[in-house]
Structures are given as C-alpha cells and as structure tokens.
Design a protein around this ligand. Structure first.
Ligand code: ATP
Ligand code: MN
Length: 463
C-alpha cells in the first residue's frame, strides 16, 4: 500500500474507514497496559497524527522500542478522532520499526531545548517543531520568490560562484585556490604567482551576482539571481552569515522609482504568500517565540512603505534626542540601531531610504546632479533594519569611469562590465535581498543562525 503524508490525512483528503499507511518519527508515546497512543510526525506538517495501538494486539515487548525519535511505519484504519484537537487518528493494525532511538542517548527527548543547544546538534534539529517550521517556511518563501518573478516575466539567471573579479566592495572575500598552501608558487619579487593556480589568476567566492546580473539584464530586460554568496566578514552578529543566499533582480529601463515600487510589491507578495500558505507554522512560531509575529507580517503587507531621503533620515535621527551607540552625522552609514529607530519608533512603518552619500556606496550607483549623493535605496524593516540594498545603476560610461578611477579600481579588471556602457547602454536598476534576513523577518526568529540549515559563521563549519 502507498504511503500517505500526515498533512493530507489531517486535511481530510482521505475518508475515515479506509486503510492507510503512514511513516514518520515518533514524537511521544504514552498510554497504559491496554492502549498506547503514538504521536507521529513526518515533516509534511508541524502537526502529528495520533496512532492508537492496542497493547494486547502487538504485545508490550513489540511496542517497547517505539520511543521518542524512533522511525516507524504504521498501517491501520483511519477513524474519526475521539480526542480533542484533531479530526482523525489511526487505529493501528500493523507496525514496523525502521530505526530505534536509544532513550539514554537520543538528545531530543524533551521539548524546550534552547536554540543555542540546538545549534550544536544542527544535524538533528530539523526534527524539532521549531526547525521543521523554519525549514518549511524557508521553502515556501523560496518558492514564492520564483513564482513572483516568473509571473512578472523575469528570467532566472545563474551567476558564477567562483569569480575572478574582486571589485564589488561588498565585503571581504574567500580565496579559491588549488595551491599547496605549504608551497605556494612565488614570483621573483616574492609575490604569489597566480599564473600557476587553477584558473591562471586570483579567484574568490562571489559576494554578489549583481555585476553579472547587469550583463544579462542588458539583453533579456528583466532577470533575477537566487544563489549563494560568501562574505569573510568577521562580524559575529545575529544578522550576518559567512555564507548566505541572495536574490538579485536587475531590470533594464527601470529608474529608482520603478525599483522602489518593485521592491515593495515583491516583499508584500512573498510575505502574503507565507501568511496564506504557512498558517500552522506561523501560528506555532507566533505562540512560541514572538507574539507579535503574525500581526507584524500583516502590518507590512497592508501598509505603504515610507519613502525618505537619506538627508531627511539623518535630520530625524539628529532631532530624536536619542543617544545611539554609534553617533550619527550626515555622511556616515546607518547602523541597525538607526534604521530600526526610523522604522519602529518614528514612522512605525517600513522605510525606503534613498539618495545616500556617494562615499559610503558602491561605484556602480547612479550619481545625482548634486555631486554628493547617489541613487541608492535601502529597504528598512522592523526588527531587522536593512533587508534590501539596491540602486539605479550608472549607465554613463564616462561618469562610471571617473568613479572607478576615484575608487582606485583598475579598469582592466572590469573591462567586460564597462563594455555594457560602451555598447547599447540603458538606464537600469536592481537590488539585493538577503534571503536569510527575509526568513528571519518572516519566522520571527532572533538569530540568523537559526534560519539556515547549516550556518557558516566565524569558527563554525562543523556540519
Ligand atoms: P549590512 O550593512 O547589514 O552588513 P550590506 O550593506 O553589507 O549589509 P549589501 O552588500 O547591500 O549588504 O547586500 C545586500 C543584502 O544582503 C543586504 O541588504 C542584506 O539583506 C544581505 N546581507 C548582507 N550581508 C549579509 C550577511 N553577512 N549575512 C546575511 N545577509 C547579508
Ligand atoms: Mn547595504
């Protein structure tokens, strides 16, 4: 007989009275010498189905290995449930044990482990309610992102993970090499001879797919990337990973306003998707971790984002009378505390901040006529701060060249990028959404290590 997923049973896709087969991991078993109640979960939903096993039918010995964490297959009759909280249960006829889980050594015996402890057993934590919920939400969000862009006619572009360019300035990079580190080929002047390395040049793991994304947008009009990015930043914060996933749409013929509109519509679409499709998981996280979670998600979906000049934002911060850990003035980059003040205390709405000082932004952003600011836009969210960073791009070859000269980026390193401005250049824009920042926001979790299956952070790559 074919296995049925627990989610389908609980959603009443099968009529009571039928025989069914379910497989999954035992969450708990309780009962007495007449009857045993097994709560079984197969990951298809956060909910468990109740298996009712007559002890005399199976024998006490046979049921003994059915402990928390063990994996079993059960066939039985689906019946309307006597107990509260669920519509159906299974009256077991046959039971097979795939794998036992020793009571003394299986670490997930009880509920209520700390998230810190669970990080140390990242190989087992998907079996908890919390990580099941987070992983299902992560999937739903990834799916809705592809769905959104597909519906809008954007093409999914795969950009390289190993890159030969290191000019994006988005963060410190990880080297990629096949050199024997104890015997690195050197040139006569003592510097490393990359000619002898695998690619014949210095290569790194990508920090962003944007530059390659632009190349494709200036041919296909609208593309997006969705891939892993790597930053060797030694910042042990709850918002930074060394390996994270990024979504980067890039659009020809979009100015900064089109770009802002897209970012707002996009965020609302995917958050609404989660609200509509992941209710059980969100309700669980709302109850266990963050009582305002669902309310906050609805609030973002239902309200217009505030659009504000960086300069006005600085004025508000200066006039706020608040003492921040990092003092603020025109020209400095905003820290999360400033971003969150604007969003949570001042406007009480998500904020899109634009026209940042050129000195604190990347070389490719379109320069404004004032000579001081660039057409950047950051989307700031409650609890998170910056969730999206984007801009209209500089499409003018001469302006772009003068900017990269100022920033000491050698033209020979990005000749291919400059070619797009030389041949058929076009106004265009794009942005980057850090996927884990989004998952943080939507799950209400507090630490970015808890929204990716296997976090990579300084001194941590065990699993
Ligand atoms: P921050 O100021 O928070 O360090 P950033 O300015 O370095 O971010 P960008 O280079 O603009 O970030 O990257 C685009 C998006 O990628 C950010 O808006 C954020 O959502 C996400 N992001 C950046 N760095 C990280 C990281 N180390 N871990 C997880 N997400 C990140
Ligand atoms: Mn940024």
């Amino acid at each position: 007989m074919e296995r049925i997923k627990i989610k389908d049973l609980l959603e009443n896709k099968i009529e009571p009275g039928k025989e069914v087969v379910v497989m999954g991991w035992v969450r708990t078993r309780r009962g007495n010498k007449n009857v045993s109640f097994i709560a079984l979960n197969d990951g298809s939903t956060i909910n468990t189905i109740q298996i009712v096993a007559d002890v005399p039918l199976f024998g006490e010995e046979a049921l003994k290995p059915v402990t928390t964490g063990s994996c079993i297959s059960v066939s039985g009759i689906l019946v309307a449930s006597q107990g509260q909280g669920q519509s159906v249960e299974i009256q077991a006829k046959k039971l097979e044990i795939f794998g036992t889980a020793d009571v003394d050594t299986y670490p997930l015996q009880k509920k209520g482990h700390t998230l810190e402890f669970l990080r140390e057993i990242a190989h087992l934590r998907p079996r908890t309610n919390t990580f099941g919920a987070v992983l299902r939400l992560r999937h739903a969000l990834a799916f809705s992102i592809h769905k959104y862009f597909n519906e809008k006619g954007f093409f999914y572009l795969h950009t390289p993970i190993i890159t030969g360019s290191d000019c994006e300035g988005a963060g410190a990079m990880f080297h990629v090499t096949t050199f024997d580190l104890n015997n690195i080929p050197k040139k006569e002047d003592g510097s490393i001879n990359y000619m002898e390395d695998f690619f014949g040049k210095e290569t790194n793991l990508t920090v962003s797919g944007q530059l390659e994304g632009e190349l494709a947008a200036l041919a296909l009009s609208e593309i997006y990337t969705f891939g892993p990015t790597f930053r060797a930043e030694n910042s042990n914060t709850p918002r930074h990973l060394a390996e994270f996933w990024m979504i980067e749409p890039e659009m020809a013929f979009y100015d900064i306003h089109d770009n802002m509109n897209l970012s707002e519509e996009f965020l609302k679409y995917i958050i609404r998707y989660a609200l509509e499709n992941c209710k059980d998981d969100l309700d669980f996280l709302n109850k266990m971790y963050d009582n305002e979670l669902v309310e906050r998600l609805k609030f973002v979906v239902e309200n217009e984002f505030v659009r504000l000049d960086y300069t006005e934002g600085i004025d508000i911060l200066l006039k706020s009378g608040k003492t921040f850990e990092f003092p603020i003035q025109w020209g400095s980059d905003l820290q999360a505390e400033h971003e969150r003040y604007l969003v949570e205390q001042h406007f009480k709405k998500p904020v899109i901040l634009t026209n940042y000082p050129r000195e604190i932004k990347a070389f490719y952003m379109k320069q404004n006529d004032d000579g001081k600011t660039v057409r950047a836009m950051d989307v700031l969210f409650p609890k998170i701060g910056e969730i999206i960073g984007g801009s209209q791009r500089e499409e003018n070859l001469e302006k772009l060249k003068s900017r990269i000269a100022e920033m000491c980026i050698p033209e020979k390193d990005i000749w291919w990028y400059l070619d797009t401005r030389k041949f058929g250049t076009a106004p265009h824009s794009g942005f980057g959404l850090g996927f884990e920042r989004l998952v943080l926001f939507v799950t209400g979790m507090a630490n970015i290590r808890d929204v990716i299956p296997f976090p990579r952070t300084p001194k941590n790559a065990e699993f």
